[in-house]
Design a protein. Structure first.
Lengths: 381, 541
């Protein structure tokens, strides 16, 4: 008996040593990788909460999160504490061969831990339902109506008129850094319609700071309202597709740019006027050669084209992807180099001619502004 | 063995032959377990590939296309070729022993169920050499899984469909086998309310499999027709409905979550009483809770679809909340089984306690996704990845590990090494929490699941690195596990019939049990016949 007791205590010591060594080892690895352990610890504590909501609907979701979170933490502490205390308190004493009392159950206890959780979950359901009725709404009376059109693998934003059917202006660029993004008037309710071509796949519109997402399902149109707080005007929020949609799923980013309502109206009026302006007549009989580039399946079909140095030339760009916006932009050297030309973005299937001014000899990259993974090389000589 | 006159080579060959052709439920059960562990390690390697890619922002390790294959195959292997067959394997080994039966009701069907699994696994793996596996996620939502440009054009998706139909058929056959065995082959005295909880959980699981699996088979066949014969069930551009696929898929796949957790709950319910030296607290309440989970499990499928805007939200929300009640009943019954017991802190109990502490988190955070507005924020983010791993790893894998340490002496006749076992538990427990706890926070911070890359300025770098280190820590604990199995098979101490002072009938026969299991059975007067035989009825009071 004594020998087995000794071996048991030795086992425990080995166990404790192993756990200690592991914790130290892991901390060392973290330090080695330059991660600040204290900062990480702080992040873990504060990270159990969603970001501050920037919409009134999101703020309601966040309040609901607080209710559920507090209940969850209370239940977690009680039950986890009970488990740990039980395990420590009722360890078998070495050498004890007697049987503990053979309790088979207790009906009162079963009743209590059936009824109390029932009350708790029904309470959580009711508060959730109340919040649901105020955050999941779509009102046709909203003053601003925008349609987010998802596609593999980009977002375009169509600004609609009051009827919510006619498109007044289409923004093809989804990132503010590239001069695009979805502009929204802070303090005003926006009805957002979601649309995707039936030939496309499922996407999801997700902005973490809205605490909201909604799937964009081919064959269905859905819509919801959101109201960005007036105080958040001037801020930009990053959004992302949240439903696996294929190879470039992780590149389907977009920005939401909140501006004050007057700024928004001015911006939109300017964009609408710009779009309605008569396009400059195409130079007939353009000088120089014509370079043909076509795009299909989110790829350029030509990855190597060439043009003559020092003379203007024409790019005949054929977009074969139905409903998908593409263009051709030319950058010096690498695809992230200085942009020397950007052609208009347009939906397929269509063909447009771009007039490109004379370029110096050298190697350029051509890139689709909407899909940064579409890359080719233009050699000017 | 020693008396055989065959040459060693021939005897080894015939031993192999006897395993390949056996209809003995014990050998089939062990082969289920071994086969499941092989796919567990393959699935684990794929997960390490995922974690390696996500350790830092940028695409360094694989391409985005390969990344989609990695997580799709990781989940497919873990769900369909590890968790579900692993639990079926333990059921196969344990259920006939625990009800005092000589074998399963249909031994040949049993062998058929087993051998369909490696075949399905090979079909899935073939995707890697035929131009790419399925890459539309384990859910394979249409239209991304349809044969169209920028979607699933390759043969991998078809191989995936065929493999899943095979696995489904194997599950259905297994479920029928379990049900007939449990209802028709119990030993005299083994009434339904004297059956061990493990048998009850396998019973309820088999009902779920039998009712739900044909439904997903229909979805898979419809998808196959869409892809290969010009059907349009799920293709909106030709009049089909993308949401229809999700409804059919989750009608199976939510009950499948209970298929993946109930038998693990059964294992924990076997381990806790034995190592507490007390009966299970609230035996009947536990059975009713299991049946309630099974029944409610069929009415919650659309909580996976809250954000589609195409389901009736309040109904699925309240049903999902309600499922917390029987789950809570189980949790309290487990804790009060240990309460005032004499806990022997051996490896199986450590894993069972690991199950309780971690499944608790997985269960509680289920309440967040049951709340529709909160789910709008959390759905399809890493928060869900955290939640499902707290249920399926913190729950099922810890349960399976506990069950393995618990029944290994019965299966092999040898004990596993306690020290290595405890160290493995500690490493796995820490690695598990390092990997999956940060994912809650990544999800709350807005990181969607299934993305190959993320921006370095999104603020997700540290937590992703931590999760990756945790992933490799789990892998290390698995090496310890393999080492322990190797060590114990070679030179583990001889176990004897009943090393843990067990309660149920498998401990009333030799380790390993002979063909057809029992020479004679103890009298069955409660759910603990072996306990009764050891202590007599005196101990009841």
């Amino acid at each position: 008996m004594s020998s087995s007791r000794r071996s048991r205590s030795r086992e425990t010591a080995v166990f404790a040593l192993a756990v200690g060594a592991l914790i130290i080892g892991v901390s060392l690895i973290l330090l080695f990788y330059g991660a600040n352990v204290l900062k990480a610890g702080n992040e873990i504590l504060t990270g159990l909460y969603p970001p501050i909501a920037v919409t009134t609907q999101g703020a309601e979701v966040r309040n609901l999160y607080t209710v559920i979170f507090l209940i969850a933490v209370a239940i977690f502490l009680v039950v986890e504490g009970l488990i740990i205390w039980t395990v420590i308190r009722y360890r078998r004493k070495p050498g004890d061969v007697t049987l503990p009392p053979q309790t088979h159950g207790n009906n009162i206890a079963e009743f209590v831990w059936t009824v109390v959780p029932t009350i708790i979950v029904i309470f959580m359901f009711i508060v959730s339902w109340q919040t649901l009725n105020s955050v999941d709404v779509s009102s046709s009376s909203a003053q601003t109506k925008i349609r987010a059109v998802a596609g593999q693998f980009q977002w375009t934003f169509e600004y609609l008129d009051q009827t919510g059917t006619k498109v007044e202006y289409t923004e093809f660029q989804s990132l503010v850094a590239k001069g695009g993004g979805m502009y929204v008037p802070a303090g005003r309710t926006v009805q957002l319609q979601l649309f995707v071509s039936p030939k496309d796949v499922i996407h999801a519109f997700y902005v973490p700071q809205f605490l909201f997402k909604r799937d964009v399902v081919p064959g269905r149109t859905t819509s919801f309202d959101f109201t960005v707080d007036a105080a958040d005007a001037g801020q930009t929020f990053r959004g992302q597709c949240a439903e696996l949609c294929g190879t470039l799923h992780s590149t389907m980013l977009f920005d939401v740019k909140a501006v004050t309502a007057p700024e928004f109206d001015t911006w939109l009026a300017g964009k609408v006027a710009e779009a309605n302006a008569t396009p400059a007549p195409a130079q007939s009989g353009a000088v120089g050669e014509t370079v043909h580039i076509s795009a299909s399946g989110i790829k350029y079909e030509q990855t190597d084209v060439s043009a003559k140095a020092g003379a203007p030339f024409q790019i005949e760009f054929e977009n074969k992807d139905a409903g998908t916006p593409h263009n051709v932009s030319i950058h010096q050297g690498s695809p992230t180099g200085t942009e020397v030309f950007q052609g208009a973005i347009f939906n397929g299937v269509a063909t447009k001619d771009y007039e490109v001014k004379a370029l110096d000899a050298g190697t350029y990259s051509f890139v689709c502004t909407v899909h940064p993974t579409m890359i080719g090389t233009l050699t000017v000589k | 063995m020693a008396t055989t006159t065959l040459t060693p080579a021939a005897s080894r060959y015939s031993a192999l032959y006897s395993w390949l052709t056996t209809t003995d439920h014990k050998k089939i059960g062990i082969m289920y377990v071994v086969n499941s562990f092989i796919f567990f390690f393959i699935g684990g390697l794929l997960a390490l590939g995922v974690r390696t890619e996500l350790a830092q922002p940028g695409l360094q390790f694989v391409t985005a296309a390969t990344y989609n294959e990695l997580f799709t195959m990781h989940a497919t292997f873990m769900i369909f070729l590890f968790v579900i067959p692993m639990l079926a394997g333990f059921g196969n080994y344990v259920v006939p022993l625990q009800i005092g039966a000589p074998d399963m009701a249909f031994p040949r069907v049993n062998a058929l169920s087993l051998w369909m699994l490696p075949l399905a696994g090979i079909l899935l793996l073939l995707g890697f050499v035929t131009g790419g596996t399925a890459a539309a996620g384990w859910t394979s939502y249409a239209p991304l899984s349809e044969d169209r440009p920028l979607a699933a054009v390759g043969a991998g998706q078809d191989l995936w469909i065929v493999a899943l139909v095979l696995i489904g058929t194997s599950s259905i056959l297994g479920a029928i086998n379990f049900l007939v065995t449990i209802f028709k082959m119990r030993a005299p005295g083994m009434t339904l309310f004297r059956m061990p909880i493990m048998v009850w959980t396998v019973l309820v699981t088999s009902v779920l499999v039998l009712m739900a699996t044909p439904v997903i088979t229909s979805a898979l066949i419809m998808l196959f027709i869409d892809r290969n014969y010009g059907g349009a069930f799920f293709d909106p551009s030709r009049g089909g409905d993308a949401i229809l696929y999700q409804n059919i898929f989750w009608f199976y796949s939510h009950p499948a979550v209970y298929v993946m957790i109930l038998p693990a709950m059964g294992m924990v319910s076997e381990i806790l009483p034995v190592f507490s030296r007390k009966p299970l607290f609230g035996y009947k309440a536990f059975i009713f809770a299991t049946a309630a989970i099974g029944a409610l499990g069929f009415s919650v499928w659309a909580h996976h679809m809250f954000t589609t805007g195409a389901v009736y939200l309040p109904f699925f929300s309240i049903m999902t909340f309600l499922i917390a009640i029987p789950t809570g009943v189980k949790m309290f019954n487990w804790v009060f089984t240990m309460w005032r017991g004499q806990l022997m802190l051996k490896t199986p109990l450590l894993f069972a306690i690991g199950f309780l502490t971690m499944f608790l988190i997985g269960g509680i955070n289920g309440a967040f996704s049951a709340s529709v507005p909160v789910d709008f924020a959390l759905h399809d983010t890493y928060w869900v990845v955290a939640h499902l791993h707290y249920v399926l790893f913190g729950g099922s894998v810890f349960g399976v590990m506990g069950g393995f340490y618990y029944w290994f002496p019965k299966m092999t006749g040898r004990m596993m090494n306690e020290t290595v076992g405890k160290v493995q538990f500690a490493v796995m427990f820490i690695g598990f929490n390092m990997t999956f706890f940060p994912m809650h926070e990544l999800g709350l911070a807005g990181m969607p699941r299934r993305i190959a890359d993320y921006s370095s300025t999104a603020g997700w770098n540290d937590l992703n690195l931590l999760a990756t280190i945790g992933g490799f820590t789990i892998a290390f604990s698995m090496l310890l596990f393999l080492w322990n199995v190797f060590l114990s098979l070679r030179s583990g101490p001889v176990a004897g019939d009943d090393p843990w002072e067990g309660n149920t009938l498998e401990w009333a026969t030799t380790s390993p049990p002979p063909a057809y299991n029992f020479d004679h059975l103890p009298e069955i007067r409660s759910e603990r016949p072996v306990f009764d035989a050891r202590w007599g009825r005196v101990a009841e009071h």
